[in-house]
Design a protein around this ligand. Structure first.
Ligand SMILES: [Zn+2]
Length: 478
């Protein structure tokens, strides 16, 4: 038996660096159509009736061949790859992206295979990236299978053929906490690029092994970041006690444990072959350069700018940088000459309050920076109170308007009785113009109308005043 020597570290089995964790993250690309057919791609919040967005291609009818891959999907995947600092396989070094058939036999896969850029002999869309300290092994596009309910046997092919992007990291993580922090940053970048459906969530397969172990276990976890963190912590403890074996496990969030589903597949199990129905996907350098120009600034860069250039405090800067639409609105409002501190208050406190109340996000609304700037100016000029401005802001959701214009219209005189009173006064004090009109001089009418607008401080409803004036004058000539 060895005794710990003073000053020498004892072995601590809870040290998290003992684990090596890699992720395979699946997210839905935000596209109008599916990957290989023109059917609508619907996921997340907007799901419709089952089996309504289908055709012979995405239901795998005999003889149906895929169309060329959806350009929008490939462009969005390329943008994600560029934000994650990946190298795009443009074919420069002879590597051209190949679509492969990944075979497996499930009811959710009518063709008997899934078209993917991953697998044995594959050349994926992008490789060798790095994001927030974690290496990205590859990024590729593939089609989603249909959704299948094993209990009822019901299958919905609306999902079949929808474009997914899969991001595969190297096993650079050592704890669940680190994974979750990184995933939050990843989701923010994906939201900045506007390339994925945020409402559809993410699916992560987590590969976990202990340093020195021969095998790693894969744990499939859906959607919740909390579940991912718990599943990793559980799996590390389990492997420390039970050792590892090559298997796929599922995290049961109700029981708080991982459960073995099957032996982990090897690539040979899927019988990958290049799909003869799909040509190689050639990505030109010009296409990559064009997409680079369309990329937004990274969230971290935005945050730094908010702190250093605009002098915003950290808390507010975090709120702004966490929402790409909000931070863009902020930049444009400030660009219109509003002080950053004032813009921060109206956007991060007042506008977010209105959005939360209406359960909407900024990208679901149409709020123009010039309208926000105008509203803030009205307060600064003392034309309206803050309270009034807040009331106007409530009406900015879902579509903003010019508050100056609105205030003007609010004061418009549309009451017939009030207008008739003004007209009577104007007629009484302009007898000569009345006589001129009676003798056929049309200019006299315009003069009188001008006097009415002047007497009402331009608040009279012009068309209504004009109609009432004509009626009164004609009644006199009759
Ligand atoms: Zn289809």
């Amino acid at each position: 038996m060895t005794m710990p020597v003073a000053g020498q570290k004892t072995e601590d089995r809870s040290v998290k660096a003992r684990a090596r964790i890699g992720l395979e993250i699946h997210v839905y690309l935000l596209t109008r159509e599916k990957l290989f057919c023109r059917c609508k791609a619907e996921h997340g919040k907007k799901l419709t009736e089952p089996n309504t967005n289908i055709c012979p291609i995405c239901t795998g009818q005999p003889g149906a061949k895929p169309m060329l891959p959806n350009k929008e999907a490939i462009d969005k995947a390329l943008k994600i790859a560029l934000m994650l600092n990946c190298k795009i396989n443009t074919g420069k070094d002879g590597k051209v992206v190949v679509w492969q058939r990944k075979h497996y036999d499930w009811p959710d896969l009518p063709k008997g295979y899934q078209d993917t850029q991953s697998g044995a002999y594959s050349v994926p869309l992008a490789i060798n990236g790095k994001f927030e300290g974690i290496r990205i092994k590859e990024l590729h596009v593939e089609e989603d299978p249909a959704s299948w309910n094993p209990e009822t046997g019901a299958i919905d092919y609306n999902r079949s053929g929808i474009p997914l992007v899969e991001i595969v990291t190297e096993p650079d993580f050592s704890s669940g906490e680190q994974v979750v922090e990184w995933l939050k940053k990843l989701m923010l970048v994906l939201a900045y690029v506007k390339a994925i459906d945020k409402t559809a969530g993410l699916k992560a397969d987590v590969n976990i092994s202990l340093v020195g172990a021969n095998d790693d276990a894969r744990v499939e976890v859906l959607n919740s970041l909390e579940a991912i963190e718990k599943a990793i912590a559980y799996e590390i403890r389990r492997q420390e006690q039970e050792g590892t074996s090559r298997e796929t496990r599922r995290y049961d969030s109700a029981k708080g444990k991982t459960v073995k589903m099957r032996e982990k597949e090897t690539q040979a199990d899927y019988r990958f072959i290049p799909d003869p129905d799909l040509p190689m996907l050639k990505i030109s350098q010009a296409r990559v350069e064009k997409l680079k120009k369309e990329l937004p600034e990274a969230p971290q860069k935005k945050l730094e700018k908010l702190l250093s250039e605009h002098g915003i405090d950290k808390k507010a800067a975090d709120v702004l940088a966490n929402d790409v639409d909000l931070v863009m609105l902020f930049e444009r409002v400030v660009g219109l000459g509003i002080k950053p501190a004032t813009a921060v208050k109206w956007l991060t406190i007042e506008l977010l309050r209105v959005l939360n109340y209406n359960k909407l996000t900024l990208d679901e609304c149409e709020i123009k920076p010039e309208h926000v700037a105008e509203l803030i100016r009205l307060v600064e000029e003392g034309k309206i109170t803050e309270l009034k401005a807040k009331q106007i802001l409530n009406e900015f959701v879902p579509r903003s308007f010019s508050p100056r214009q609105k205030l003007k219209e609010a004061k418009k005189i549309t009451s017939v009785a009030v207008l008739e009173g003004i007209i009577d006064n104007v007629l009484a004090s302009n007898e000569k113009a009345v006589q001129d009109y009676m003798s056929g001089k049309e200019e006299a009418f315009n003069f009188l109308l001008g006097q009415i607008m002047k007497a009402s401080e331009r608040r009279a409803d012009y068309r209504l005043a004009s109609k009432l004036l004509r009626k009164k004058l004609d009644a006199r000539s009759a």
